[in-house]
Design a protein around this ligand. Structure first.
Ligand code: FAD
Ligand code: UDP
Length: 367
């Protein structure tokens, strides 16, 4: 009999939810992570009494009451509503695209006037059947918004021309004809009171976790410890890049503590012009309505992923999706290895979707 039922590679949300569900059913789990902490990308670190989102702004949102109740069973969430502001050449605009944005751009005051302005620009563009992100964006919001608030940001974020990117990326953002700056349409939204680590700690309570352990440095030995392996890292790395490398985008974070109480008055300010190398500045205290005397800000610089970096975003264009399918087909032949999460499923998943995926996978596995 092996020491564990499951070896879980990755202590991010997928791995932690799977480990929690399996442990609840009496299974013995060992969770490993090559980082020096648990939580994966939702990890936060306390600095000057402020929970700093070490891997970028994380706002929990979902329409699924079951998933909302699930996370709230580990930690209470606050009423934070994400309302980022965009800075384009020194001028500020509300996001997502809504009546406030339209007023700031065109001084239009009614939904009818705003819609007419957009329709006029869409008609002038001649786009009827959008094939890529640029065409999709213009056909949704017109050329002014595309040029000022989308093109520069998108091309920095993805390191590719907007004409070469899939349209679905821009469909994430709401477009509405009300004066409502809520970045998400979902019914439930918030930040864990006291930080995301409380959620991770709750999920991993009483489960054996080893950090600073890279699966690939000791793959055979580690897999021998358990009947089955749950792998949440990069799927192409698992298969030693035998069909070639999948592309990912990475980020460099520049964290800074400032000796002032309030730097920008908002948790997230996006810089949408091409010439500024970062995409956004976060001011972490505002996620939790903090009143600390100091503040911590983070600039996010996007870059192409290369080996040794953290892979944050799958680049889900046709070329990569085709390559991913080859790895997915291999993974489906495995009897004792389960693949899940943003990197192993190569999907631009938000937290609630990763939790959903982990719950479906664990229910199927543990039934
Ligand atoms: P991860 O968190 O990446 O966990 C995988 C873990 O596996 C990592 O800890 C990694 O170190 C470990 N690992 C990989 N390979 C190995 C190995 N060989 N050996 C050992 N360990 C290994 N979602 C939202 O819902 N709202 C947001 O506002 C939001 N903002 C985001 C902002 C940014 C900048 C990013 C990058 C993501 C954001 N997300 C957001 C998405 C969210 O981070 C993910 O959906 C979620 O964290 C993914 O969980 P995961 O377990 O799949 O992956
Ligand atoms: N986007 C944009 N301008 C903005 C914010 C977002 O053009 O000010 C586009 C960009 O292409 C980005 C996508 O919308 O990749 C999704 O934005 P989101 O805020 O969901 O990105 P994430 O938080 O996943 O980085």
């Amino acid at each position: 009999m092996k020491q564990y039922d499951y070896l879980i590679v990755g202590a991010g949300l997928f791995g932690s939810v799977f480990a929690h569900e399996a442990t609840k059913k009496g299974k013995r789990c060992l969770v490993i992570d090559r980082r020096n902490h648990t939580g994966g990308n939702i990890f936060s670190e306390e600095v000057e009494g402020i929970n700093v989102h070490k891997y970028g702004a994380h706002i929990f949102h979902t329409n699924d009451k079951g998933i909302w109740d699930y996370v709230n069973s580990f930690v209470e969430f606050n009423r934070y509503t994400n309302s980022p502001v965009a800075n384009f050449e020194g001028e500020l605009f509300n996001l997502p695209f809504n009546m406030n944005t339209f007023y700031q751009l065109w001084k239009v005051k009614t939904p009818e006037e705003a819609q007419a302005k957009i329709n006029e620009q869409v008609a002038a563009s001649g786009i009827t059947d959008p094939q890529n992100l640029e065409e999709q964006a213009i056909s949704l919001v017109g050329t002014d918004i595309y040029e000022k608030l989308i093109k520069g940001y998108t091309e920095k974020q993805w390191g590719r021309k907007a004409t070469e990117l899939p349209a679905f990326i821009i469909k994430r953002l709401p477009l509405r004809f009300t004066f409502d700056n809520n970045y998400f349409n979902d019914k439930y939204q918030g930040i864990p009171i006291g930080g995301y680590n409380k959620l991770t700690k709750g999920l991993l309570k009483d489960i054996e976790v080893r950090t600073d352990v890279d699966f690939f440095e000791n793959k055979e030995e580690l897999m021998k410890l358990a009947d089955k392996t749950v792998f949440t890292g990069n799927i192409d790395e698992f298969y030693e890049y035998q069909f070639g490398k999948l592309e990912y985008r990475s980020l460099k974070f520049e964290h800074e503590t400032l000796n002032q109480e309030n730097f920008q008055g908002n948790a997230v300010v996006n810089y949408t012009e091409a010439d500024i190398p970062y995409t956004r500045i976060l001011e972490h205290k505002h996620f939790e309505f903090g009143k600390q005397p100091k503040t911590v800000v983070t600039k996010e610089y996007p870059c192409e992923w290369t080996a040794g970096m953290e892979a944050y975003y799958p680049v889900n264009d046709d070329k990569n999706n085709e390559l991913f399918k080859k790895y997915r087909d291999l993974s489906r032949q495995e009897e004792n290895i389960i693949f899940g999460g943003r990197l192993a499923e190569y999907k631009y998943y938000d937290m609630h979707q990763v939790i959903g995926s982990a719950l479906v996978t664990s229910n199927k596995e543990l039934q």
